[in-house]
Design a protein around this ligand. Structure first.
Ligand SMILES: [Zn+2]
Length: 269
């Protein structure tokens, strides 16, 4: 799947989940908390593709996510890709094929998802608002890249970086202090997981079972069979899937925000 579809799926899942929590578990969030969770989950849904590096020196190639903060994030992507490839070789069994690129390996596994979610939660618990502002800056940047890809492309990474910094600062200034913010860790983890599911419906598949060895393979790629798999960048993805996810997000957002708006104007339904 392409970057924008991943980001959109993260936003759709978070909004729908929040709506379900409000509806069935009576768990309500403030509009700011909702916006933060949605942005972080959309950004998290791009995070695993930080293993798709391009040509750093020539400033080209790489996944949507690798381009977010210009050369800095391209460099990070290069490092993540090499580490992933290292882990691949360190854990590979005799039937696992040789490879020369780490894309769709370590960062597309359940242990990685859990680690990122837990790490984010630990950072927020330990450093409070200061961790939150850093994580938000990073995740909002990714979300902007994904959700407003055409705009981000035109604006360039400097503008994307400035807008993320401003949004992170605004949130920082308005968030209640002295808390752990566990929802941010959850949103990052859920985002990563949604990304893996998104890649599973494409042909190449992902090593979702790692590190469970199957038939002398540690990195079994699991995905839909070729016949029904989604082709990356096809109409089914860019039109059908994205429209469906946009509608879902809008419906969930309206369902979440409408009751409090109606209440404010004292309108009974
Ligand atoms: Zn991916």
């Amino acid at each position: 799947m392409m970057g924008p579809s991943h980001a959109l799926s993260g936003a759709a899942v978070w909004l729908t989940g929040s709506w379900a929590m409000a509806q069935f578990a009576d768990y309500h969030q403030t509009p700011l908390a909702l916006a933060v969770g949605t942005a972080v989950c959309a950004g998290g849904a791009l995070f695993p593709d930080l293993d798709l590096s391009g040509k750093v020196t020539r400033n080209q190639g790489g996944a949507t996510v690798a381009r977010t903060f210009g050369v800095v994030s391209l460099f990070v992507a290069e490092v993540v890709e090499k580490i992933s490839l290292g882990v691949y070789y360190a854990t590979k069994l005799s039937k696992d094929p040789r490879r020369n690129n780490g894309h769709r390996t370590l960062t597309h596994t359940i242990p990685f998802t859990v680690l990122v979610g837990w790490g984010t939660t630990a950072l927020c618990a330990h450093y409070g608002k200061w961790a939150v502002v850093g994580i938000l800056f990073f995740m909002i940047g990714l979300a902007l890249r994904g959700l407003f890809d055409k705009w981000a492309e035109r604006a360039g990474w400097v503008v994307v970086t400035l807008v993320s910094a401003a949004a992170a600062w605004f949130t920082f200034a308005n968030l209640p202090g002295d808390r752990g913010y566990p929802m941010i860790g959850l949103a990052v983890g859920v985002g990563c997981f949604v990304h893996i599911l998104g890649d599973m419906i494409t042909r190449a598949g992902v090593p979702i079972l790692w590190p469970i060895p199957i038939k002398r393979r540690m990195w079994t790629m699991i995905g839909l069979p070729n016949k029904i798999a989604l082709r990356t960048g096809s109409k089914a993805e860019t039109v059908v899937l994205r429209t469906a996810m946009t509608i879902l997000s809008v419906l969930a957002a309206v369902g979440l925000v409408a009751p409090s708006v109606l209440q404010r104007f004292d309108i009974q339904v």
